[in-house]
Design a protein around this ligand. Sequence first.
Ligand code: GSH
Length: 225
Amino acid sequence: MKLYIVPGSPNCRKVQAVVHELPVPVETVIVDFAAGAHKSRDYLAINPNGLVPSLVDGDLRLWESNAIMQYLADAHDAISLFPRDPRRRIDVVRWQCWELSHFGRALGVVLFERLFKPLMGGQPDEALAQRALEQLQPYAALLDAHVKERAFVAGDAVTLADYSLGCQLPMAALGRINLAPYPNLRAWLARLDEREAWRATAMPAAMAQAIEQATAAHRSGDGGS
Ligand SMILES: N[C@@H](CCC(=O)N[C@@H](CS)C(=O)NCC(=O)O)C(=O)O
């Protein structure tokens, strides 16, 4: 089994955290974004979107991070991360869908404009980031209220839903996103940080530093909101 990733990618981190929980090793292949390896013919044969992560297991070529997480959990009987009971299982799936369609989408726009674009030498569109921030607020409030009532998103134990919803949030500070109005969300993130698999897959410090430097020039003028 091979997992194709790029270090620092939130969508890769959520899958890497699941891999970390598994009893068997999964070979990790780093895709060289700088060299355009994700758009190479060989890689496009694995993932025609030219995105990471991707998983190859025998003749299976799987892309979409949440699908990969579900496959890995099922293939290794990680029933605590992805329960078999239909109601508990669909709760996890529901939050993973919500992550892709709403919460993670809005958050991703802010982080892309404010962090990844400058890192790649592009000019951030701050108006777009502000609009995404406005969209993010009700989603963040919803998640904040939800985790006030329970330790983790789908109950007492960590599931795939926590890794999916949590994967971009550790970059909030770098992206100048204020999480102060969401104390329950911050407490939930702290609980997630107690998990070894989560800590082990955090963004490399050198990359956080590179982002910090690349974004320094763009930090004035957005009010830090
Ligand atoms: N919905 C996809 C999104 C994957 C995605 O956007 N990956 C980013 C890294 S986090 C990427 O490969 N970006 C490269 C590009 O846009 O060219 C998933 O969940 O796997």
